[in-house]
Design a binder for this molecule. Structure first.
Ligand code: G3P
Length: 216
């Protein structure tokens, strides 16, 4: 399973990259706003700065919601860096735009996916990634993990090449469960990734080894 980091914070991206386990980055307008990035030039410069840190795909989201607008924005975004993947919302014009980008060999990430039917449409349109929002489904008492599993099964039935990018991941068990059901990618902030490191028996065992090493 690939690990993407879901942030626009350069420090967090650098830290994840320095661990040697980072396969890419996802961003969204809320994450960009959180970093205080304003204005098209600054936004584009920030995407470039992210691309300069990582080796893998970097999802940059369009703000337009009509076909022509999405296509125009997407074509501008891919000029920033070859690592840019155009992130498109799961709406009718978004699906049309994903088909357009796919036919031109441009990578896409279909975002704001909350049902298997939506994921099926994204795959039919040829999206590179589909982003089901696991945590936001859990927030409304719906099993987000079940959706990830459903999509993985549907894509496997028909050998769709669209990769299941589990998004809105909130804690380490989300990551582990996504790996169990076969998600291709998990994207989350740095904290759940770092939380995977933790186990009290590791800490206790290391403390004992270090104490005993003094007797060697
Ligand atoms: O980038 C999309 C998704 O990962 C957002 O997560 O925590 O805002 O639901 P969250």
């Amino acid at each position: 399973m690939k690990f993407f980091i879901d942030t626009a914070n350069l420090q967090e991206i650098k830290e994840a990259h320095s661990l040697g386990i980072l396969d890419g980055v996802t961003t969204n307008p809320s994450l960009m706003a959180k970093e205080g990035i304003k204005g098209k030039d600054n936004i584009f410069r920030h995407y470039k700065a992210i691309c300069d840190i990582v080796d893998g795909d970097v999802s940059a989201e369009v703000l337009a919601t009509d076909f022509e607008g999405i296509v125009k924005e997407g074509e501008e975004l891919i000029e920033i860096d070859p690592k840019i993947v155009v992130k498109v919302p799961m709406i009718k014009d978004g699906i049309k735009a994903i088909r357009y980008f796919t036919d031109k060999g441009i990578k896409t990430n279909c975002t704001l996916v909350f049902s298997a039917g939506q994921a099926l449409l994204a795959a039919k349109a040829g999206a590179t990634y589909v982003s089901p929002f696991l945590g936001r489904l859990d927030d409304v008492s719906t099993d987000g993990l079940l959706l990830i599993e459903q999509i993985v099964n549907i894509y496997s039935n028909y050998a769709y090449e669209t990769q299941v990018l589990a998004a809105s991941i909130r804690h380490p068990m989300h990551i582990v469960r996504c790996a169990e059901v076969g998600a291709d990618v998990a994207t989350c902030p740095l904290a759940p990734i770092l939380a995977l490191l933790n186990h009290p028996l590791t800490d206790a065992g290391l403390a004992k080894f270090l104490a005993d090493a003094k007797k060697m």
